[in-house]
Design a binder for this molecule. Structure first.
Ligand code: GLA
Length: 463
């Protein structure tokens, strides 16, 4: 917890001194007449000075000392504070790191499949400057939480006081550890990050944080990685530090996004190319608002079930390395040997691989309706075979399918709640958005966020 000594400049130019835990809230209290008698009579006030103190008694001592200063001495303190602030802002680095939506190719990236994501215009923003050698102080602005950890002993996942790192801090800490393991210099930082991406909604907020911090440490450390390697290191952090046995799609899309294009990515060869979505269409994202706590364990279970399927298939077809190599005939021939859920998971992956191959043909033929139909088929397969949808998301897809201009709709990302992605004719996008919101409200009694999105550039420094 941080204690601050502050000064407010009052409407008549005088200074009011106090201490607080929350400077912005305190300023608002003073301006609402609830801070102190003096400021209530001299409103409005502006926060002009802040000094962090280690504990309450230090803050109270400092408050008394500042109160004893003359007006002129206070003004000079404020002047120095502003200068310091300007200097630290001059050294500030800002990184923007986008989320992604996946158009097709779901749950195939850990089966060597083809995926078709796009980085989107919703992102995580990180502001940071170098700190002393080995410490990272990170503020998660949206959560109103902070943590500090040492760059030595990151394996322990502990903060400076020896307490377990909060869940959100595992992403930057994991990236720092992986970078160190690959021999890259990782600097101490003070950073704050915030996001306009819905969190845990299937739009890769985790990958955006991981890739964003990797880009930040790259800028500070004076080394350079190609974007594929950087994405792989971020994925390594997620798998080995956070504990989600994910594929490479999210980190890839976040690191390699191209403005205006979706990305056709072969997760086996790591080859990729930007591909235009059908002309005259918009990507619309609808957030069901549903979040499940068991996503990680369910996700890891799906991954294991795919591996189990490969093991069984290999006994008959030794050349098979991953579900990508399997056709429906081969799968049917081993059905009796597979537990039912394993068979269904494999059937989703095999048909999903085929759908992406088919989708590329549809795009080449400029067949937006054909592409959209494949999105609906993917949804049905994720709902029935992969079993990663939830009733609220099914309502969204079903409602979307009845609205004018909707070419395709499906759940996007890992699943178990989160968002749908919709391919909608541009001229119908506005009415689609309001139509989907009202249909959902009518069926569930809940208001949700539905927004149009654009394919965007990958994570980059803006300053
Ligand atoms: C999550 C994972 C990805 C991918 C998708 C499902 O977003 O991080 O690697 O497996 O789920 O396609």
């Amino acid at each position: 917890m941080a204690y601050y000594c502050y000064m407010m400049q009052c409407a008549d130019g005088s200074f009011y001194t106090g201490w607080t835990l929350d400077p912005a809230r305190r300023e608002s209290q003073h301006n609402h007449g609830r801070g102190a008698k003096y400021t209530a009579l001299h409103r409005p006030v502006h926060l002009v000075y802040l000094e962090e103190q280690p504990d309450l008694s230090a803050a109270l001592r400092r408050e008394r000392a500042i109160k004893k200063l003359t007006h002129r001495q206070k003004a000079s303190l404020i002047q120095k504070y502003r200068q310091g602030l300007m200097n630290s802002q001059a050294n500030e680095i800002v990184v923007i790191s986008p989320g992604r939506v996946n158009m097709l190719g779901e749950h195939v990236d850990y089966n060597d499949g083809l995926v078709f994501p796009a980085a989107i215009d919703r992102e995580v923003t990180i502001r940071a400057h170098e700190h002393d050698q080995n410490t990272c102080i990170i503020h998660a602005t949206d959560l109103n939480e902070s943590t500090a950890f040492s760059l030595d002993g990151l394996e322990k996942k502990l903060d400076l006081e020896g307490k377990p790192l909060p869940g959100w801090a595992l992403y930057p800490a994991g990236v720092a550890l992986v970078l160190q393991k690959h021999g890259l210099k990782v600097m101490g930082i003070e950073a704050e990050f915030s996001s306009n991406l819905p969190i845990g909604a299937g739009l890769s907020s985790s990958a955006a944080v991981e890739v964003g911090f990797a880009v930040l440490w790259e800028a500070l450390g004076g080394w350079k990685l190609d974007r594929m390697t950087l994405a792989q290191y971020a994925q390594e952090a997620e798998v080995h530090y956070v504990g989600v046995n994910c594929g490479l799609m999210d980190q890839f899309a976040c690191a390699n996004g191209v403005e205006g294009d979706a990305l056709l990515f072969d997760t086996r060869s790591l080859e990729w190319r930007p591909v235009k979505l059908p002309a005259g269409t918009s990507i619309v994202i609808a957030d069901s608002g549903v979040r499940h706590t068991h996503v990680t364990s369910e996700y890891n279970t799906r991954h294991k079930e795919c591996e189990q399927a490969v093991e069984i298939l290999k006994k008959h077809y030794p050349s098979i390395k991953a579900l990508r190599d399997v056709d429906l005939g081969q799968l049917a021939s081993v059905k009796a040997e597979m537990p039912e859920n394993v068979f269904k998971r494999a059937r989703h992956v095999v048909t999903e691989y085929n759908r992406v191959v088919e989708a590329v043909k549809r795009l080449d033929q400029k067949d937006g309706a054909g592409f959209g139909k494949l999105m609906f088929e993917t949804h049905a397969s994720l709902r029935d075979d992969y079993q990663v949808s939830v009733p609220e998301v099914d309502i969204l897809v079903e409602s979307a399918s009845r609205l004018p201009g909707c070419l395709g709709a499906r759940i996007t990302g890992g699943g178990f709640g989160g968002c749908t992605v919709n391919l909608v004719k541009e001229e119908d996008a506005d009415s689609f958005i309001s139509g989907l919101k009202s249909a959902y409200l009518e069926k569930t009694g809940k208001s949700i966020s539905v927004f149009a999105s654009k394919a965007s550039a990958g994570a980059h420094l803006v300053r």
